[in-house]
Each structure stands twice: as structure tokens, then as C-alpha cells.
Design a protein around this ligand. Structure first.
Ligand code: HEM
Length: 81
């Protein structure tokens, strides 16, 4: 299978703006969501998770607990923790 680069949470935390690219984690995956931010149906709220984990936010907004949302996320994976 394909091997993705491994990043630390500290490195992910340094990617919070479009200039630095916007990264998030979900489980052990690292995602560069910069190009999705403007397409997000929930608007700029997505930026609350910039540089950190999606889980606390998706626990609050359970609209994300759907197969089609995980399929979108998978398109943006760049690495693993
Ligand atoms: C809705 C994707 C992060 C807040 C949605 C929907 C998608 C989506 C596909 C529409 C779901 C549907 O109606 O079937 C994503 C992805 C994210 C992300 C791929 C991360 C990469 C976040 C974060 C927050 C958030 C971090 C909050 C802090 C919302 C809200 C809605 C929503 C409030 C409902 C919008 C509405 O229907 O009015 N998101 N989301 N999302 N998202 Fe996200």
C-alpha cells in the first residue's frame, strides 16, 4: 500500500492559515483542508479546527457522522500521525 509521511501534532499545529496551509487531524490521519475551506457547507466554522483535531468539533456537530463526509475528508489526506 501507499506510505504517507508521518507528522507530529506539534507540526500540525503550525498549519493554521492559508499561507501556511490549513491542516487538521482525524484519528491517525493528517489532512490539508486548505482547498476545501471555501466549499464547506458550514462556512468559516471549519477554521476553529485549524491546526488541531476534528473530533471535539464533530462531536458537537453530528451532521458530520455520515459516509459522504468521510469520503470528502479522505480526498485531503496528506499524512499520518
Ligand atoms: C456541515 C464537511 C469541519 C461545522 C458540513 C457538511 C459537510 C461538512 C460535507 C454538510 C453535511 C450535510 O448536510 O450532509 C466538513 C469537513 C470538515 C468540517 C470535511 C473538516 C475537514 C467542520 C468544523 C465545524 C463544522 C471543524 C465546526 C467547528 C459544520 C456545521 C455544518 C457543517 C455547523 C452544518 C451547516 C448547515 O447545514 O447549515 N460539514 N466539515 N465543520 N459543518 Fe462541517
Amino acid at each position: 500500500g501507499k506510505t504517507l509521511p508521518v507528522y507530529t501534532r506539534e507540526e500540525v499545529s503550525r498549519h493554521k492559515t492559508s499561507a501556511e496551509r490549513i491542516w487538521v487531524t482525524y484519528r491517525n490521519g493528517v489532512y490539508d483542508i486548505t482547498d476545501f475551506v471555501d466549499k464547506h457547507p458550514g462556512g468559516n466554522k471549519i477554521l476553529l479546527a485549524a491546526g488541531s483535531a476534528l473530533e471535539p468539533f464533530w462531536a458537537l456537530y453530528s451532521v458530520h457522522n455520515q459516509e459522504h463526509v468521510y469520503e470528502i475528508l479522505a480526498e485531503y489526506q496528506i499524512g499520518e500521525l
